[in-house]
Design a protein around this ligand. Structure first.
Ligand code: FEO
Ligand code: CA
Ligand code: CA
Ligand code: CA
Length: 681
């Protein structure tokens, strides 16, 4: 696909514009705004978060967690976002809302590709706020910036307005609308008169979708495994999908991570026999039921067998240049990427921590060959293309080792069938299998403490560890062999880990490039009122036993003061295993004590995800994903959040539950979560 040279800015440092050039170019009227940026050349990225300069140490106490924590939702779960007293949560940006235009969402009609391309995608997930530069303290705005939001997947029934979606013939138009509902939103946001809103129109507004032209860089670019008939060079790819969690770089770019990409592929070719590579990544004939392959041969794995190899990457996007071409950074490996936490060391070394969210999959680290340049943004542009990819081995007794996944090292040799580093990164999972990484209980988000650089990873759950004995069929008496399941280990100690846990580690010597680390289990999540000892966990409650319990930790983020925020993605609300825990939640944790305070409870049958604040910590955004999800075909059987009543403009009922970004502020204007007086309720 030919690309206009201007569109290659984000992969060619010699052509890079500064953020200020971009603002100037896309909206000359904003030159006045730029005048307020004191010392514009020095408006470097030094003030971006995670560029911190202190030594490795035990987590210090946070400045305080000061709110009266919420009680758990009980049946029936409130179909709303509730936040601690003294705070206000407001729906901000929902699926179907315009990114830049003025026409409101109409829930009564099926979404078209053309409409979806200018509206919020579905199923919001990871998110980051990129502040505009200012002349104020820190040089970054607390009132204006770009919000980058992942759209992980779709509910095809909601999208196409059909309660019988599986039975409706798939059309090319449906496939294109679905592909357009995936990807990323970039929206300009601004606080005026104390109220945050989406800026419409905005020259920064952008949708990245499953059909947006992108480039490959790094060791797999041009590799035979990435070549297709449409891209014989293996360097150009269309789109990104299943954008789950995310990352952001200190040079001001967004990283969107491709998680369960396998589900979009399928084939009608029969009989279907998966290759070893397809098997390891979950590629099969049916996929997750999206049926894209029925109208788009790119997603038919027998028509375009290498196309799945072109997904499962971390994609870097420049939010400040809406015309930039996103880049799939293959050096970071190919797996079901959850988040990509970028950290800069005292020596300006750069590391990226990443999880592969599958039962028994791994935790990774990428160490860049080059150093972060805090005074020249363009010099950092291709940092993520060269470096060493490692996978974690959590040994007993709290010692850990980073195993390099480098062609020619360990078992990754030609004698064992490895071709080159491009081959190693395309088949990252198999390379990690070969080197003996530790199988984890589904790594989700990774967060790094803002001053100590201690790293925390959520392991959301895994009920398939330990022995799995042969089973005998109740009717015919036949025996099915027990499948191989990993035994428990020190880092994943529960046979039935239905509530998940959080592991943390410290690099040896505080060196981001260290090949050893020390780790421990930060918390075992659970229901402390459960009769089963294995399920109780060891969450430090805030006073009343059981008052702070949560399970299925997923989203994880440190704020500027070192409060650790954890968000949950449990399957049900206040039913079964979750009766004592209630709905999904977001809690604040003091990492020095483990004390946990429930801050937010969710609408029904959703997931709480995505969390970021303005640099001053006084505005926070979170995402509510898939409210009401139940696959019954009824859109509103479980939730109609966030809408009710009728649309004032069109007079039609607003009845579809919609994933949404929510903005949270403290009523006294203070820092979210801060304070010293905490009362359990
Ligand atoms: Fe999309 Fe692993 O969460
Ligand atoms: Ca997740
Ligand atoms: Ca999850
Ligand atoms: Ca999700």
């Amino acid at each position: 696909m030919p690309l206009h040279p201007e569109n290659e800015l984000s992969i060619n440092p010699s052509q890079n514009e500064s953020i200020l050039d971009v603002i100037d170019r896309v909206e000359p009227g904003r030159r006045r705004f730029i005048k307020f940026a004191a010392g514009t050349a020095a408006m470097s990225m030094t003030a971006f978060p995670l560029s911190m300069k202190t030594a490795n140490a035990a987590p210090p106490p946070v400045g305080g967690i000061g709110f009266a924590q919420l009680a758990a939702d009980t049946v029936p779960v409130t179909d709303a976002v509730s936040v601690a007293p003294g705070y206000t949560a407001r729906v901000f940006y929902s699926w179907g809302d315009p990114i830049s235009g003025a026409t409101p969402f109409d829930p009564t009609v099926p979404m078209t590709e053309a409409e979806q391309l200018v509206r919020a995608g579905m199923h919001h997930d990871g998110m980051h706020f990129f502040p505009f530069p200012t002349g104020g303290a820190g040089g970054l705005s607390n009132e204006r910036g770009i919000l980058a939001i992942n759209h992980e997947y779709t509910d095809e029934g909601l999208l196409h307005n059909s309660t019988a979606i599986g039975m409706v013939p798939q059309t090319a138009a449906m496939t294109r609308a679905s592909q357009a509902a995936h990807g990323v939103s970039m929206i300009e946001v601004r606080k005026v008169g104390g109220v945050w809103s989406v800026v419409r129109p905005s020259p920064f507004a952008r949708r990245v979708t499953a059909n947006t032209p992108m480039k490959f860089t790094g060791p797999a670019a041009g590799n035979a495994l990435l070549k297709t008939a449409a891209d014989p060079n293996g360097t150009d790819v269309l789109g990104t999908a299943n954008n789950c969690a995310h990352g952001y770089t200190p040079w001001g770019t967004y990283l969107t991570c491709e998680e369960n990409f396998n589900g979009y592929f399928g084939t009608t070719s029969a009989p279907f026999t998966a290759t070893a590579l397809e098997n390891r990544y979950g590629i099969n004939a049916a996929g997750f039921g999206y049926r894209w392959h029925l109208t788009d041969p790119r997603f038919d794995i027998r028509t375009t067998p290498n196309e799945p190899n072109r997904f499962g990457w971390v994609v870097e996007i420049d939010p400040f240049n809406p015309r930039s071409v996103p880049v799939k950074r293959t050096a970071l490996g190919r797996f079901k990427h959850e988040s990509a936490a970028v950290v800069v060391g005292t020596d300006n070394k750069v590391a990226v921590y990443m999880g592969d969210d599958e039962r028994g999959d791994y935790v990774y680290k990428f160490v860049c060959s080059g150093l972060f340049n805090p005074t020249n943004r363009g010099a950092n542009r291709n940092l993520l293309d060269s470096g060493t990819l490692y996978v974690a081995k959590f040994n007993a007794n709290g010692a850990g080792v980073w195993l390099p996944l480098v062609f020619g090292q360990g078992g990754l040799t030609p004698a064992n069938g490895w071709v080159d580093q491009g081959d190693v990164v395309v088949r990252t999972r198999q390379a990690a299998d070969r080197e003996g990484a530790t199988m984890m209980d589904r790594p989700e988000w990774i967060a790094v403490h803002p001053t100590t650089r201690e790293v925390y990873v959520t392991l959301t759950n895994n009920n398939r560890r330990g022995t799995n004995p042969p089973s005998v069929h109740a009717v015919n008496g036949s025996t099915t062999a027990g499948t191989a399941r990993p035994p428990v280990d020190d880092a994943n100690p529960r046979v039935d880990n239905r509530y998940g846990h959080i592991v943390r580690w410290r690099e040896t010597g505080g060196d981001l490039a260290a090949t050893t680390f020390e780790w421990d289990i930060f918390v075992l999540c659970g229901d402390s009122l459960s009769a089963a000892a294995n399920l109780q966990g060891n969450i430090v409650d805030s006073g009343v036993p059981g008052s702070s319990d949560y399970g299925a930790p997923d989203g994880l983020w440190f704020d500027k003061d070192g409060r650790l925020w954890v968000q949950t993605d449990q399957p049900g609300d206040a039913l079964g295993d979750w009766v004592n825990i209630g709905s999904n939640t977001m809690s604040a944790i003091d990492p020095s004590t483990g004390s946990t305070y429930r801050f937010l409870t969710s609408p029904r049958n959703c997931e709480v995800t995505g969390v970021i604040s303005t640099p001053d910590g006084k505005t926070m955004w979170i995402n509510i994903q898939h409210p009401g999800e139940d696959w019954s075909g009824s859109f509103t059987a479980r939730s109609s959040w966030p809408d009710s009543g009728v649309n004032g403009a069109t007079n039609v009922p607003l009845t579809k539950p919609r994933s949404s970004t929510v903005v949270i502020t403290k009523d006294d204007g203070g820092v979210i979560g801060a304070g010293s007086t905490t009362v359990s309720s």
